[in-house]
Design a protein around this ligand. Structure first.
Ligand SMILES: Cc1cc2nc3c(=O)[nH]c(=O)nc-3n(C[C@H](O)[C@H](O)[C@H](O)COP(=O)(O)O)c2cc1C
Length: 168
């Protein structure tokens, strides 16, 4: 039986700056019963079109990107500090080379529209509403160009409705 309890997005008490920027998230998407995940520390949560929303930024070279593009749903999941090494692995190795869930001893759950992992403390199931590639012309703070981009690796921004939140 699942330890997760369904809560409303407004019941999340974690500080989003810490949750995303310091603790980091796993972004997971699937293709059939295959899933892959990658670490993300950029993004946000808030409101878009009057819906609870997640803002996720994925570079096109990520293996996860291909899965994200094919499916309407993905998950963001968050972990206690003891999983830091797993998140480092998922943020430095690719699903092209590893079954990351097996390598990190994370247990995929497929009982929602997007995969997530049993070991998470908090899960957001996200439904894509809008996606757009970032591009050089739109970057106002051009000081960001050099440190962040090579010219062909602009993130794609996904604005997604958070359709379900699961918390332990
Ligand atoms: C702390 C941390 C944060 C990261 N944040 C992002 C991010 O927000 N967007 C992104 O595209 N890549 C991000 N990455 C890089 C991906 O997690 C990394 O390239 C990963 O190996 C991609 O895996 P995949 O090829 O299996 O999709 C981050 C990596 C780390 C370590």
């Amino acid at each position: 039986m699942s330890d997760f309890k369904k809560i409303n997005p407004s019941e999340i008490t974690d500080n989003p700056f810490d949750l995303i920027g310091k603790d980091w998230a796993l972004v997971a998407a699937k293709n059939g019963d295959y899933c892959n995940m990658m670490t993300a520390s950029w993004g946000g949560v808030g409101i878009m079109w009057n819906k609870p929303a997640a803002f996720t930024f994925i570079r096109p070279q990520r293996f996860t990107f291909g899965l994200m593009e094919k499916e309407d749903y993905y998950s963001l999941s968050f972990y206690d500090e003891e999983y830091r090494e797993a998140l480092k692995f998922c943020g430095t190795q690719s699903g092209r080379d590893f079954d990351k869930a097996a390598e990190c001893n994370l247990t995929p759950c497929f009982d929602e529209k997007a995969p997530y992992f049993k070991e998470a403390k908090l899960v957001m199931i996200c439904r894509k509403m809008y996606a757009q590639d970032l591009n050089e012309q739109s970057i106002i703070d051009t000081k960001m160009l050099g440190p962040q981009y090579n010219g062909d690796d602009y993130h794609k921004m996904y604005i997604s409705e958070i359709i379900k939140v699961l918390k332990k």
